[in-house]
Design a protein around this ligand. Structure first.
Ligand code: GLN
Ligand code: ZN
Length: 748
């Protein structure tokens, strides 16, 4: 019987209680020195390594731990420094400045890491002088050795690194060629230091256009093999299937493949005989991106199958565990639910259970974990029946009819003005919320505070002269967590943080069971706000697609089912708001576009299901109730048809940072529903001038019917200061007032 070994691709940096974030932010705030920062981070890195060792992994990754982002680490390793930051020593301060910007220079761009909610710092190639500055990876590797940790270095591969970068005049191939000797140097030093293998991450090879990278990939890995590195390299892919027939032509030790998110294609290719038996398979069999205990029985069969096709099988998570929280140990949750959960360390325990089963014929841990898995899946909270067909997915009348019914009582002026929902989350707002959560103030005291804040902002909106008001969302910590805490089927953990970008972490709610609405969530605040003004107040909700995308989703039933369950819950809330007399209801879907699957062959299906859920959530209202939606991005191109199919009466979208793109999208389709293009960038504290706003509006009106056009900022205003908000919105209202006057003159 062949034995198997276990490995890991990456561990969460954050620490059990976000120690990583705290250390880094303390340094930024100058509360600790650089030496103290390094001391604290080394301690955390050590803890991470020893924690993994505890689960008997045969190899533990190093190089995954970072001060900010692993892509940025790679840029620094090879001296790919943005031009504006060049000429300084390559050190920790430079790293933070590139990531965050400083007084003189803007930060490098942040982009979503494939289809995850992690964001990396985009490498910039303009006028760079690539060279190995300092082999930090070697340092980390030696650190692991000093702790007696059996480790393998992890490095982002040259093809993916170049594919994720921008700038420079060289071709893709030239950039890779430039890097090859540098990679060779770093890799050779690691091998000389004793690394038995190096995990070289090339996730770009799972994307739509992976074929176009094949020639240069072959060139790069042939080059490494010539330097004698071939039998030390494992090309690691994840998040989707790879072209195994192609990978097999590369002279390397083995391949890391994702057997969880590949729709079955990786296994099918192996069974078709595309892989030579002497190549090692680093099989990603435990979901690295979700929080559920694995069906170990199922994994056992997968391992048995794979053993027929390789002489060396290593089992590991499907991707880095960067995308899940560290451990369940510190949570206080119901046992019936805990049984179904698995964070980073629990996943490593699952690997250990499988290894014991195969290598030592020891089924104890395997059986215990499998029993837990099975109990969890039989729970009542996971097996409810829903009547999805009983809820409308089409409004009663077409837009043209609805529009008349809505205008009859909304009586909106030419170019109506509004905001996206949130007003500043001031220190006071956050303090009151924390005090209430920690029971330092009573429900009544908290409610009174919220009402005062709402009333104050209703007056501010009156003074500024906006048309459609909002209550301000002061009660919400986060647009998804807030609903997660109030819907059945969601679990909000205490320490379930995952890194989003830099020191910013999010705590996605966990959808562990059937989702149900039990009582009104937003009605009290909205109704109160409406009682203070004659202007319409918009009810503000988060849509089903966004709630699902920003949560840990169930995988025991189809994703679209979960999304529709959430949609039914939101529909109840929509109806409760309507019942309470709210005439405009906004259902935000900022995550709709970013949830697009990695491969385009799945896009249409995703979009159709998103449209279906949104319509399930919003179609039951009367014609006279106006449904809004909001999205904070503007590259609509490929999804604009789906946006139209949402059939929202009004959509507000971000445009100020990429106005040109958006206008172009609108040349290809005539958008014939209400639309508000953000007329200023809320991400900057700068107050826009009237002429900037006016020209943004007039440019948009070249492509959009004036009677459909709304004027609003790009996104919610919660991160801005009160004075900034008042000033910017006053300019916006003033610009609209002048445009209205001009229009009257022209038409009279
Ligand atoms: N209504 C939300 C707000 O204004 C929308 C946030 C978002 O688009 N991400 O804060
Ligand atoms: Zn937004």
């Amino acid at each position: 019987m062949m034995t198997i070994t276990t490995s890991n691709l990456g561990f969460p940096r954050l620490g059990r209680k976000r120690e990583w974030k705290k250390a880094i932010e303390s340094y930024w705030a100058q509360r600790i020195s650089l030496d103290e920062l390094h001391e604290q981070l080394n301690a955390l890195h050590k803890e991470n390594l020893l924690l993994q060792k505890h689960y008997h992994l045969d190899s533990i990754p190093v190089g995954d731990f970072s001060l900010y982002d692993h892509v940025l680490d790679t840029s620094l390793l090879f001296n790919i420094i943005p031009e504006r930051f060049q000429g300084r020593p390559v050190d920790t301060d430079l790293l933070f400045d590139i990531a965050r910007g400083n007084k003189e220079h803007v930060a490098s761009a942040l982009i979503k890491w494939f289809n995850t909610n992690y964001h990396y710092i985009v490498p910039e190639w303009d006028n760079v002088e690539p060279q190995v500055t300092h082999n930090t990876l070697l340092e980390r590797y030696e650190f692991a050795q000093s702790l007696n940790v059996e480790a393998h270095p992890v490095i982002l591969g040259p093809i993916t690194f170049v594919a994720l970068s921008k700038g420079g005049t060289q071709s893709f191939e030239e950039k890779v060629e430039t890097l090859l000797p540098l990679y060779r140097q770093v890799l050779t030093e690691l091998v000389e230091a004793g690394a038995s293998y190096i995990q070289i991450d090339e996730p770009i090879l799972v994307t739509d256009d992976s074929a176009k990278y094949e020639a240069i990939t072959k060139r790069a890995y042939d080059d490494f093999a010539e330097a004698g590195l071939g039998d030390k390299l494992v090309i690691q892919t994840y998040f989707e299937r790879a072209n195994i027939e192609f990978l097999n032509t590369l002279p390397v030790k083995g391949y890391g493949l994702d057997f969880v998110h590949d729709n079955g294609y990786n296994l099918a290719q192996i069974q078709s005989g595309y892989l030579d038996k002497e190549k090692a398979i680093y099989a990603g069999i435990i979901d690295g991106r979700n929080v559920w205990t694995a069906d170990l029985e199922d994994k056992k069969h997968l391992i048995e199958t794979l053993l027929d096709y390789t002489d060396e099988l290593v089992i590991q998570p499907s991707s880095s565990l960067l995308h899940v929280p560290v451990s369940l140990d510190d949570e206080q949750l119901e046992e019936a639910i805990v049984e179904g959960l698995s964070f980073a360390t629990e996943k490593l325990d699952e690997l250990d259970a499988l290894k014991r089963l195969f290598n030592d014929n020891d089924a104890d841990k395997f059986n215990t974990l499998q029993a837990r898995y099975e109990r969890f899946n039989q729970q009542d909270f996971k097996n409810a029946e829903y009547d999805f067909d009983a809820v409308r997915t089409t409004r009663q009348s077409p837009f043209e009819t609805r529009r008349v019914a809505q205008q009859e009582h909304l009586q909106l002026p030419d170019l109506p003005t509004t905001t996206i929902g949130s007003f500043p989350q001031s220190t006071e707002v956050r303090k009151q919320r924390a005090d209430w959560k920690n029971q330092r103030i009573s429900d009544t005291e908290y409610r009174t505070f919220l009402e005062q804040e709402i009333a104050r902002w209703i007056r501010i909106q009156e003074d500024i002269g906006l048309d459609v008001f909002v209550h301000g969302e002061f009660e919400r910590n986060d647009m998804v967590e807030y609903f997660g805490e109030r819907l059945q089927g969601f679990l909000v953990t205490k320490y379930g943080w995952v890194q989003s970008y830099g020191s910013r972490a999010v705590k996605p709610p966990i959808i562990y069971g059937d989702v149900k609405w039990t009582e009104p969530i937003t009605v009290a605040e909205t109704k109160y706000a409406q009682s203070l003004t004659a202007h319409p107040v918009k009810g503000m909700l988060t849509g089903p697609v966004t709630i699902l995308n920003w949560s840990f989703e169930r995988v025991d039933i189809p994703r679209s089912r979960v999304q529709d369950q959430i949609a039914l819950a939101i529909n109840e809330e929509v109806l409760a708001l309507e019942e309470a007399g709210i005439r405009i209801i906004q259902v935000d879907e900022p995550a709709l576009r970013e949830g697009l699957p990695l491969r385009s062959e799945y896009h249409e299906d995703y979009l159709q299901k998103a449209v279906h859920s949104f319509r399930l959530a919003t179609s039951s209202v009367a014609d006279a109730t106006q449904i809004h939606t909001h999205m904070c991005y503007s590259q609509f191109g490929q999804i604009i048809h789906a946006i139209r199919e949402l059939d929202a009466d009004v959509i507000s979208i971000e445009t100020s940072r990429s106005h040109g793109d958006l206008i172009k999208d609108f040349e290809d389709i005539t958008y014939d529903l209400g639309i508000g293009l953000g007329v200023y960038d809320i991400h900057s504290p700068r107050i826009p001038t009237e002429s900037e706003i006016t020209s943004a509006i007039t440019r948009a009106l070249q492509n959009i019917d004036r009677s459909l056009f709304w004027v609003n900022p790009d996104c919610g205003l919660k991160t801005r200061k009160e004075e900034e908000v008042k000033d910017a919105l006053s300019v916006l209202v003033e610009a609209v007032r002048h445009l209205r006057e001009d229009n009257l003159e022209e038409t009279s």
